[in-house]
Design a protein around this ligand. Structure first.
Ligand SMILES: NC(=O)c1ccc[n+]([C@@H]2O[C@H](COP(=O)([O-])OP(=O)(O)OC[C@H]3O[C@@H](n4cnc5c(N)ncnc54)[C@H](OP(=O)(O)O)[C@@H]3O)[C@@H](O)[C@H]2O)c1
Length: 272
């Protein structure tokens, strides 16, 4: 399997194609993650808020795959400022690991002082070795800059909603300029996998629309974490890493953000 990775500023290799676990619970989460690892994924995305860290950790342990081979992300629910260390300790316990590869602040906090204090605690957690890399989620470029200006430490990853309907080249270049990996969540939601542009491109490559969307993210070096509860889709989404789109395909997909179905872009809470 072809592997595509981003190298985080600290040197950690992050596979660009991972598996998202939101809404997968209990044994469903366990089975999906186990299949994911058997299929060849080496990047898992969970969160304290998903309520499935224990199932993800159990599947990781039962897979027999060595911990070092799997890039593991969890996120801190922003409602608990001041309890970062204890919260991460509990996440590690549920996941059954000594550290995560990436710990993300799930959302920015409204209070600027609290927001900075949480980021400071994240930097401490990285120093203590509880997280190899630290980053944020659902942050604008301006919010990234605020954290960096205050601490001198740029978030290594920003996980934001990103898909063809939300494509904004300023987001791609803005993250690149800051050396922050842009990770897209909810990649398959908009403009819909039945959109004719996606189905046409898929047909020319003998692929699925989901594979086309995932390959489009990878073409931009944007990390992408599609979720599915179905083994055949989990496997087929991974095979998108073998699909190379032509520049003309990429341009057609980019243009979807400028069509009426792309009006969701104005609702992208991260903005540019
Ligand atoms: N940081 C944040 O605030 C945030 C927010 C949202 C999500 N996330 C992360 O991003 C991950 C992905 O986003 P998401 O879960 O919102 O949605 P998504 O991955 O964009 O889409 C998931 C949906 O697509 C369907 N699907 C998957 N593969 C398919 C295929 N090959 N063909 C047809 N349908 C397919 C799934 O249905 P089936 O299960 O029926 O296959 C599911 O309904 C999450 O799981 C989570 O880890 C983070």
């Amino acid at each position: 399997m072809e592997e595509r990775t981003a190298t985080l500023p600290g040197g950690t290799a992050m596979p660009l194609l991972g598996f998202g676990t939101w809404r997968l619970k209990g044994d469903d989460a366990y089975r999906a993650v186990l299949h994911t690892l058997e299929a060849g994924y080496r990047h898992l995305d969970t969160a304290q808020l998903y309520g499935n860290e224990e199932s993800v950790g159990r599947a990781l342990a039962d897979s027999g795959i060595s911990r070092q081979e799997v890039f593991l992300t969890t996120k801190f629910a922003q409602h608990h400022p001041g309890k970062e260390h204890a919260t991460l300790s509990r996440s590690l316990e549920r996941l059954g690991v000594e550290q995560v590869d990436l710990w993300l602040m799930h959302y920015p906090l409204k209070d600027p002082g609290e927001h900075l204090a949480v980021w400071d605690a994240f930097l401490d957690a990285a120093e203590e070795g509880m997280a190899t890399a630290v980053g944020v989620s659902n942050h604008s470029l301006a919010q990234l800059d605020t954290l960096t200006e205050a601490t001198g430490q740029m978030p290594q990853v920003n996980q934001i909603r990103f898909n063809p309907a939300l494509y904004d080249p300023r987001l791609v270049t803005g993250h690149r300029a800051r050396n922050t990996v842009l990770e897209g969540h909810s990649p398959l939601r908009k403009p819909g996998l039945d959109h004719p542009v996606l189905t046409e491109i898929a047909e020319t490559h003998n692929a699925t629309s989901a594979q086309v969307v995932i390959a489009w993210h990878l073409a931009y070096q944007v990390a992408v974490i599609p979720r599915s509860a179905h083994p055949e889709r989990i496997s087929s989404n991974l095979h998108a890493a073998r699909l190379h789109l032509a520049p003309a395909d990429i341009a057609r997909i980019d243009a979807l953000s400028r069509q009426p179905s792309g009006t969701a872009r104005t609702r992208n809470r991260q903005g540019a």
